[in-house]
Design a binder for this molecule. Structure first.
Ligand code: PLP
Length: 390
């Protein structure tokens, strides 16, 4: 039996492949420091877990309205209105099982084979995978290290065409940790304002920033109608396994996403949605502590990376990744990432796992303890010294 041809066009995430290789090495007795996977190393705050337990006891175990429980849609609308400085009502909210479905469903609902999608490279690999899967045309735009991993705005202007149906923005960014400067967001808003396209603004790291808060393009007057805000609970509340995310978008698109949800999930698990209400309306100190700890690790880890010969690491403004330039080592990203795993016991990702423009970089997740991160720097230092002597 042959799979459908479209299955030749869908991709996967490099992080899960490297995790599998790292686990196989561990099974042979090797000690590996895991800096490959993009998942907070914190537990979900206890009041959120408690809310889910209570919901189960109260009978939140059945189907519910497809776009989400009314109380969660309300809480999300209030949260997004507050954090994005704009006014959105619950009718614009669609609750889905994780952030990823908010890439999958809007793309499925909007893209035709002749459409072009502009997206960041290096960027979250699911964007390119889904564009190819749907037979649309991928138009990657390189992120510029010297611009804090923002786009070259002139290049973006050149790439926008009558075929551009979607522009994907991601800030704070995976894999670079870059935050798109507010002036760039305003300039991009002016470029797209009169175009017949939608902006998919991936804001899954919206609450994890260390300096300036990121500006959502939906906050720019008039842009709410053209924007799909993707956000969720996985990163901010350390809830990756709960599968709870959402989108905020015009109502006509909520309707389309709801139809796709009816055909796939029916609804998002109801007791996890009740936990989501507790996450948004309850105490935020757990999330704040996590961000403060990420900042402490970011400062020390990037400082450590910057002492390594051939490495140059800009300081990420958000998310929980470091994305050093490693061209000075003379090695390719793939071969250095492989060697660090096999010979130094440090699992990280090649920049090329995020697109061709990721060549020359590695991605380290700082979602591991301070001590492990410092040890990783030492291991890489020893590896580079041994490699130099060879
Ligand atoms: N968008 C970006 C940029 C991400 O890095 C991730 C997760 O790694 C997601 C979306 C998906 O989030 P979720 O795990 O909630 O599906």
């Amino acid at each position: 039996m042959k799979l459908a041809a479209r299955m030749n066009r869908i991709g996967v995430e490099g992080a899960f492949k490297v995790l599998a290789r790292a686990r196989a090495l561990e099974a042979t007795g090797r000690d590996i420091i895991h800096l490959e996977i993009g998942e907070p190393d914190f537990d979900t705050p206890p009041h959120i877990v408690e809310a889910a337990k209570q919901a189960l006891d109260q009978g939140f175990t059945r189907y519910a309205a497809t776009p989400g429980l009314p109380e969660l849609r309300e809480a999300i609308a209030a949260h997004v209105s507050r954090t994005r400085g704009t006014s959105v009502g619950p009718e614009r909210v669609s609750v889905v099982p994780g952030g990823k479905p908010m890439i999958f469903f809007p793309m499925l609902a909007l893209l035709e084979p002749s459409d072009e999608v502009i997206y960041p490279d290096p960027g979250f690999p699911i964007y390119e995978s889904m564009i190819n899967f749907l037979g649309a045309t991928p138009v990657p735009i390189p992120l510029m290290e010297e611009r804090g991993f923002s786009f070259d705005l002139n290049l973006l202007r050149d790439k926008l065409s009558s075929k551009t149906k979607m522009l994907i923005l991601n800030s704070p960014q995976n894999p670079t940790g870059g935050v798109i400067p507010a002036d760039d967001i305003r300039a991009i808003a002016e470029m797209v304002r009169d175009r017949d396209l939608m902006v998919l603004s991936d804001e899954i790291y919206s609450q994890i920033y260390f300096d300036q808060p990121p500006l959502s393009i939906a906050s720019v007057p008039g842009l709410l109608e053209k924007t799909i805000i993707l956000d969720g609970f996985s990163k901010t509340y350390a809830m990756t396994g709960w599968r709870l995310g959402y989108g905020v978008m015009p109502e006509w698109l909520v309707e389309a996403v709801t139809k796709l949800m009816v055909n796939s999930n029916s609804c998002t698990a109801t007791f996890t949605q009740r936990a989501g209400v507790a996450a948004l309306n309850g105490p935020q100190d757990g999330a704040a502590r996590m961000v403060a700890e990420f900042q402490r690790r970011r400062d020390a880890f990037c400082e450590g990376l910057n002492t390594l010969p051939g490495f140059r690491c800009s300081i990420p403004g958000g998310a929980f990744y470091a994305f050093p330039n490693i061209t000075g080592t003379g090695l390719s990203s793939d071969s250095l990432a492989d060697a660090l795993l096999e010979r130094a016991g440090v699992a990280c990702l090649s920049g090329t796992s995020f697109g061709a423009f990721g060549e020359g970089y590695l991605r380290f997740s700082i979602a591991n303890s301070f001590e492990k991160l410092m040890e990783a720097v030492e291991r890489i230092k020893d590896f580079l010294a041994a490699n130099e002597r060879k």
